[in-house]
Design a protein around this ligand. Structure first.
Ligand code: NAD
Ligand code: TDX
Length: 361
């Protein structure tokens, strides 16, 4: 699927991890809404799927390159070949439970991979003209999990000190620090976004919401870790991608922006809502989804609560989420009902819905 984009005056974005859940949404959104060209650089791990880019695969403004961000030679070739004006780094190992079972991959991609990508971005930037340098941005997509766990009150702000608790969040925290350092030390024009939990179409079904949707439809157990009272702050993936685009266009170089949708829910509330929506949307179910809920062994080091204070991006960049949680969750359930082929194709490898994160594999 590698193809050369024809030269033109349209700006080219390099999107790493663009075959994953959030990255593919960003790519589909940009090609639908903006006059840009997009090159996706993705290693196609278990979480990366070209099926998620199928809606844009014939778009002449789209190109795909299979490579790892840690592969400096390939990154260099791709930068030199496509000459992007900006880089958005979504590429990462993203699942907390997998980071408990096997942290090494998280260090390799999230820490070392980001480092090599930054090195190549620094070289590329240094070879740009002054006009190109003025436009260049390296936007690093990160997570609220770097801030650790909250008690019953309070929210994460951009000033909250880093306190990562899982190998995943420690690796993301490390990558954030490298990105920051490349700005302060080398003058690379970087931006960092820290977002709360995303949900929506095309999410790999190891994560809470798609796993529960698919199991509720199939009549399989709905495993809630611990007491089900852990809280996450949920944001529809399309709102996250619009926020990233806004930061890329108007964010102040070197700044951090927290992104969140003000939609705190306990995991039990989420699963109850999913059960009720599935029951409503699927006629003639032969089971009651709520009866499938099982409380299972807790995740080791399970963060209790996340909540984002998004007032900075709202006040300074005018971004607001445009989807409310219950409506967008329904849209998501409907999408999984209508796209069972996507689910079969992405999960036909080693992952078949089994419990991860307790060394049971
Ligand atoms: P995902 O796991 O669905 O996708 C990750 C993508 O990165 C996949 O396409 C995969 O093939 C690719 N990839 C993995 N290792 C790579 C490597 N070494 N080189 C190149 N590509 C590689 O993840 P996601 O949920 O879309 O998350 C995207 C980014 O957003 C991540 O950086 C994650 O930390 C961050 N984030 C995610 C959430 C969330 O709720 N999912 C919330 C906040 C931030
Ligand atoms: O089967 C499950 N049962 C369960 O109770 C799963 C998969 C999860 N959970 C709980 C654990 C969490 O409290 O649900 C909550 C959400 O779990 P995940 O979907 O694994 O997400 P989380 O650990 O919160 O991390 C997510 O949000 C931040 C993404 O995976 C990260 O990439 C992102 O940075």
């Amino acid at each position: 699927m590698s193809s050369a984009i024809q030269s033109s005056s349209q700006p080219t974005l390099l999107v790493t991890g663009g075959a994953g859940f959030i990255g593919s949404c960003f790519v589909r959104q940009r090609l639908a809404q903006d006059d840009v060209r997009v090159v996706v650089l993705d290693k196609l791990t278990y979480a990366g799927n070209l099926d998620s880019l199928a809606p844009v695969s014939d778009d002449p403004n789209f190109a795909f390159e299979q490579a790892g961000i840690e592969d400096a030679g390939e990154v260099r070739r791709i930068l030199d070949q496509y000459q992007p004006v900006q880089i958005v780094n979504f590429a990462a190992e993203s699942h907390v439970d997998r980071s408990i079972d096997g942290p090494a991959e998280f260090v390799m991609t999230n820490v070392l991979g980001t480092f090599y990508l930054l090195e190549e971005a620094r070289r590329y930037y240094s070879e740009r003209s002054a006009t190109q340098q003025a436009e260049f941005r390296f936007l690093h997509v990160s997570t609220d999990e770097v801030y650790g766990s909250l008690g019953p009150t309070g929210k994460f702000t951009e000033q909250t000190k880093y306190a990562p608790n899982s190998p995943y969040s420690a690796s993301k925290a490390s990558s954030d620090h490298f990105v920051r350092a490349y700005h302060h030390t080398y003058g690379l024009p970087v931006l960092i976004t820290n977002c709360s939990n995303n949900y929506g179409p095309y999410q790999f079904p190891e994560k809470l919401i798609p796993l529960m949707i698919l199991n509720a439809i199939a009549g399989k157990p709905l495993p809630l870790y611990g007491d089900g009272q852990n809280v996450r702050d949920w944001l529809f993936v399309e709102d996250h991608c619009q926020a990233i685009w806004r930061v890329l266009q108007a964010g102040e170089i070197g700044e951090v922006y927290n992104i969140g949708g003000d939609a705190e829910r306990t995991n039990l509330q989420i699963v109850h809502t999913i059960c009720d929506v599935v029951e409503e949307l699927v006629p003639n179910l032969d089971h009651r989804p709520r009866e499938l809920i099982q409380f299972v062994q807790d995740r080791p080091g399970h963060d209790r609560r996340y909540a984002i204070d998004a007032s900075k991006i709202q006040a300074q960049l005018g971004w607001q989420p445009s989807h409310d949680f219950e409506t967008a969750l329904r849209t998501t359930v409907r999408w999984y009902l209508d796209n069972s082929l996507w689910t079969q194709r992405v999960a036909d490898g080693s992952y078949a819905g089994q419990r991860l994160g307790i060394g049971a594999n």
